[in-house]
Design a protein around this ligand. Structure first.
Ligand code: ADP
Length: 473
């Protein structure tokens, strides 16, 4: 098998999270510690600067007071002796032509005389760090005095060594901090991702055939709990629809096998018995009838499957419902009149719906077909159209025997027939009508009027081309 580098080095969400978190906190810690170190360094250097200023001011005041180099020299030696020896205080006095007048120190750090320099004002000073030898860093201040210039230097070694020690401590703190934040990040990632691991493990169990379990929820209401709840709802819908499909397939197989079995028996009987040509013709005609019914059932099953998949956007158009129902009433009136039934055209109403003309035609055909089929002679079938906010309601009443209360919840079930085999039809008409209404964002309700008969109410959302597809807000 070829080596897949991407797969081999693929990091888990947890590891990526830890890496990012550690990188971010390290950056923050480095920034913070650098800032702290610079602040401390600034304070130390300010301290050295203050010390230099204090010495220079003191020396210049002595010069101004004594105006005698020897006396100044003696005073300076006393001052040097009183400063800690590790400070290595050194003083030089120059005249205005930069000629050395006096040098007082223990170990003079100066190898070169003071370079000529023109101060721009009386208070002008120069402070700098002699950094030729980093182990013996000297800080120097040059200032004007009454005679010329004063150059004072002190050794900054102890301060810089302290700074180095502080830098080492900060580096250690940084290293420990980074390790600790890495560990905390790893622990946090593990805690946060634990529910995901649980969900994955349960999902694997649930996906194995026959397992009816649910994904675990902890009632915390957080995003992961919400995810588990959403997945559970999805799982429930999938299970319900898989269940419905299983039952539908079993029913369909049963319903389709029945006419096949009947046809087979007819043919077997015809073959076994010594029949006349007329009887053979009769058998063939009966088998043809079985095949036709079989074809109708197969078509109805296919229609239900297709309408259940939703509307085809290419076939959706603006439909004048009044006009559609008027043409259906015109078409069915002769059939109704043959049974002695009245079937007037509905009162027109200005309303349009967005939908599939073929499907809506099928929906109302199924209902009208039943209304005529189940109405007793001399009665009436009536269509009325009314409007409620956002919906159009079509009511179809008939003068049939009505539907018994205990049968009403079942009439929209697939393959349900009132009196079983006695009732003509496949028991798919109302199921298909409901599926079509739902695909349009509507519904069908049954009403049993006290005076007898049945009323089917079809509710469809009104809409025009400008509103967008049906069923969508
Ligand atoms: P089919 O396609 O065979 O007509 P349907 O699904 O349309 O089946 O109807 C299912 C059952 O509902 C029918 O067998 C009948 O018992 C009952 N039914 C439907 N419409 C009416 C009606 N208008 N009056 C009385 N019973 C009805």
């Amino acid at each position: 098998m070829p080596f897949d580098a991407r797969k081999a080095f693929r990091l888990s969400i947890g590891s990526r999270w830890v890496l990012r978190y550690t990188a971010a906190t390290t950056l923050l810690l480095v920034l913070l510690t650098t800032l702290i170190y610079h602040r401390i360094q600034g304070l130390v250097l300010d301290g050295i600067d203050d010390e230099l200023r204090k010495h220079t001011r003191g020396i210049n005041e002595t010069i101004a007071r004594e105006n005698n180099l020897e006396a100044v020299g003696r005073l300076l030696e006393t001052e040097i002796a009183s400063t800690p020896p590790e400070r290595q205080l050194a003083v030089e006095l120059y005249d205005r032509d930069f000629q050395l007048l006096l040098q007082v120190d223990i170990l003079s750090p100066f190898s070169a005389p003071l370079e000529p320099w023109t101060p721009s004002g009386a208070s002008d000073v120069r402070t700098y760090r002699e950094s030729r030898d980093s182990r013996h860093p000297y800080f120097v201040r040059v200032e004007q005095n009454a005679l010329g210039f004063t150059r004072v230097s002190i050794h900054g070694g102890p301060d810089l060594r302290e700074l180095d020690a502080i830098r080492d401590v900060i580096a250690w703190v940084l290293a420990v901090g980074v390790t600790l934040t890495g560990f905390i990040g790893w622990w946090l990632a593990r805690q946060t991702l634990r529910p995901i691991a649980e969900i994955t493990a349960t999902a694997q169990l649930v996906s194995s055939a026959g397992n009816e379990g649910w994904l675990p929820t902890h009632g915390t209401g957080d995003e992961l709990d919400e995810l588990a709840q959403t997945l559970n709802r999805m799982l429930e819908r999938i299970r319900l629809s898989a269940d419905r499909m299983r039952r539908f397939a079993a029913q369909a197989a049963h319903e389709l096998l029945t006419p096949l079995g009947v046809a087979r028996t007819r043919i077997e009987v015809a073959l076994v018995e010594d029949q006349t040509k007329e009887l053979h013709t009769e058998t063939l005609a009966a088998v043809l009838g079985d095949i036709e019914r079989l074809g109708q059932s197969v078509n109805a099953v296919l229609d239900i499957a297709r309408s259940g998949a939703g509307l085809d956007p290419d076939r959706v158009e603006e439909i004048d419902l009044s006009e559609l129902l008027h043409s259906l009433a015109e078409f069915y009136r002769p059939l109704a009149e043959d049974k002695g039934l009245e079937f007037p055209s509905p009162e027109p109403l200005d309303c349009s719906v967005l939908g599939d003309r073929g499907w809506l035609h099928q929906l109302f055909t199924n209902l009208i077909d039943n209304a005529i089929k189940f109405s007793a002679e001399g009665g009436a079938v009536r269509l009325t159209i009314s409007q409620t906010p956002g919906f159009v309601r079509v009511s179809l009443s008939d003068s049939g025997a009505g539907i018994a209360a205990q049968d009403r919840p079942k009439i929209f079930d697939r393959f349900y027939r009132g009196d079983g085999a006695q009732t003509p039809g496949q028991g798919l008409g109302l199921a298909l009508a409901l599926e079509i209404a739902r695909a349009h964002g509507g519904a069908i309700e049954y009403e049993a009027p006290p005076a007898g008969g049945s009323i089917f109410h079809v509710q469809l959302p009104t809409g025009s081309r400008a509103d967008g597809p049906p069923g969508e807000p």
